[in-house]
Design a protein. Structure first.
Length: 201
């Protein structure tokens, strides 16, 4: 098992901060210094900042980003719902999950609950929802849809006072039911398709 010295860790953190600062644009943060700012990249900047600077004086204050994150999410939602069904759209569900997490990290969850979006995405019947989206086959995107559906249920339970205990229990039972002989939950295998072992499919 590889171990790292405190000095090595400090160097990594220092380089990560340099990279993060190089991605700062006039309208937010980009994924790389020469890329455009996107709703996703703003979330990732918040994640990286929290990871490397949680207890540091170098921690960037992202409190003002709450409104930006929410505005970006609603704009993205408006565009995506014109062409896809949101409750099983990998792209939108991922951005929603990232936004919920980012808002939590900057202590903006109470101000921006996103209850209208989250509540409309809670499946009436989670078992049927997972089955209809073929999580038991481990197809591409099914893992993201299943994972995000769980995040939505957990968030609704914890922050919106919407009781989803029964749905969460059924979510877990459904995944256990379709785990393969290796004990893998098919819909949660996040390995790139070209390299994914055939037995997972």
């Amino acid at each position: 098992m590889t171990t790292f010295s405190l000095e090595q860790i400090k160097i990594v953190i220092e380089r990560a901060n340099i990279f993060l600062n190089s991605c700062k644009q006039s309208n937010g943060y980009s994924l790389t210094p020469n890329a455009e700012v996107t709703p996703f990249s703003n979330c990732f900047a918040i994640f990286l900042n929290y990871l490397i600077n949680k207890n540091s004086s170098k921690k960037i204050n992202f409190n003002a980003y709450g409104e930006i994150l929410v505005s970006d999410l609603y704009e993205y939602k408006k565009n995506r719902e014109k062409i896809v069904q949101l409750n099983n759209d990998k792209n939108f569900l991922q951005l929603l999950a990232f936004t919920l997490s980012a808002l939590h990290l900057i202590n903006a969850t109470e101000k921006y609950t996103l209850k209208d979006i989250v509540s409309e995405l809670i499946p009436e019947d989670i078992e049927s929802f997972l089955y209809e989206n073929k999580i038991y086959k481990g197809l591409a995107t099914t893992g993201n849809v299943a994972m995000c559906s769980a995040i939505i249920l957990i968030y609704a339970n914890k922050f919106l006072n919407i009781n989803c205990d029964d749905k969460l229990e059924k979510w877990i039972k459904t995944h256990l039911k379709y785990s393969n002989k290796y004990g893998l939950w098919l819909s949660l295998i996040h390995i790139s398709e070209p390299t994914r072992p055939l037995y997972i499919s």
